[in-house]
Ligand binder design. Structure first.
Ligand code: ZN
Length: 106
C-alpha cells in the first residue's frame, strides 16, 4: 500500500491572518493571506514527501478554489471546490491515508 498523507488547508488560522477582511477575494490583505496559506501548505507537503509520502491537499477555504496548483510541489493531488461530500473540508479522505494534517484551521 502506498504511503499517503491528506492535508486540509484553510486560511483563517494561518500566520498573520488576524481579520475576516483578509480572507475574502479582492479584499485588503487577501493576497498576502493566500501567499501564507500556500507557504504553509507547501512546507507541509515537502516535509511529507521527503519522508516518502504521496500527498493530497484539499483547498478548504471559501469556495475551495484558492491555491494555485502550479505552486504545489510536483506530484501533489489537489482537491478543489465542493462536491457536497459529507466530509466537506476533508473531502476524499479515506482509510487509505496514514494520517491527516490541518493547515490554517480555525
Ligand atoms: Zn476559510
Amino acid at each position: 500500500m502506498e504511503k499517503k498523507i491528506y492535508i486540509s488547508c484553510d486560511m483563517e488560522g494561518c500566520a498573520g491572518v488576524t481579520s475576516w477582511e483578509q480572507t475574502h477575494y479582492g479584499h485588503k490583505g487577501y493576497d498576502l493571506a493566500l501567499k501564507e496559506m500556500t507557504r504553509e501548505t507547501v512546507a507541509a507537503v515537502k516535509a511529507c514527501q521527503q519522508a516518502g509520502y504521496q500527498m493530497t491537499v484539499k483547498d478548504g477555504h471559501e469556495d475551495g478554489i484558492n491555491l494555485d496548483p502550479a505552486l504545489l510541489p510536483a506530484g501533489t493531488e489537489l482537491i478543489q471546490g465542493w462536491d457536497s461530500s459529507p466530509e466537506e473540508m476533508m473531502a476524499g479522505i479515506s482509510s487509505d491515508y496514514a494520517g491527516a494534517i490541518h493547515i490554517g484551521s480555525h
